[in-house]
Design a protein around this ligand. Structure first.
Ligand code: THU
Length: 137
């Protein structure tokens, strides 16, 4: 992926932080996914008073893309005000492994977008669970 589209994706994730609904943690995360044809779809975290129901920015962006019909996802960017950028949680890694296994994952501190770090989904979740049902009789 060229560095200009990478920067564009990280910038889109940074802008998406404004959409975060994070009244409990005040920690605003933005995410953006890139399709093979260059379309960018963004998301931000949404928190619940029942904390476990909170949905991370990565999953909001991923679900928006998938439910809008996009399947060919080549990169994901995640931005939050934390040193080195926010590493996706286990739940998000599982979903990325299922729906964007080939994607590059860019992680950036919102105060230092130029220092985005790149990971592969395989690096983030080696030996991911995949459902291979036993053959039915
Ligand atoms: N969060 C994300 O949206 N993505 C991450 O990669 C890490 C955590 C959110 C969940 C919660 O709303 C807040 O950050 C604090 O954990």
């Amino acid at each position: 992926m060229g560095s200009s589209i990478q920067r564009k994706l990280v910038a889109a994730a940074a802008r998406a932080q404004k959409g975060a609904v994070a009244p409990y943690s005040q920690f605003k995360v933005g995410a953006a996914v890139l399709t093979r044809r260059g379309r960018i779809i963004t998301g931000a975290n949404v928190e619940s008073a029942s904390y476990g129901l909170t949905c991370c920015a990565e999953r909001v962006a991923l679900f928006r893309a998938l439910t809008s019909g996009f399947r060919d996802l080549v990169a994901v960017a995640v931005v939050a005000p934390t040193p080195g950028g926010p590493m996706p949680c286990g739940a998000c890694r599982q979903l990325l492994a299922e729906y964007a296994p080939q994607a590059a994952v860019w992680v950036a501190d919102s105060r230092d977008l130029a220092r985005a770090r790149r990971f592969t989904v395989r690096e983030l979740l080696p030996r991911a669970f995949v459902l291979t049902p036993a053959a039915r009789a």
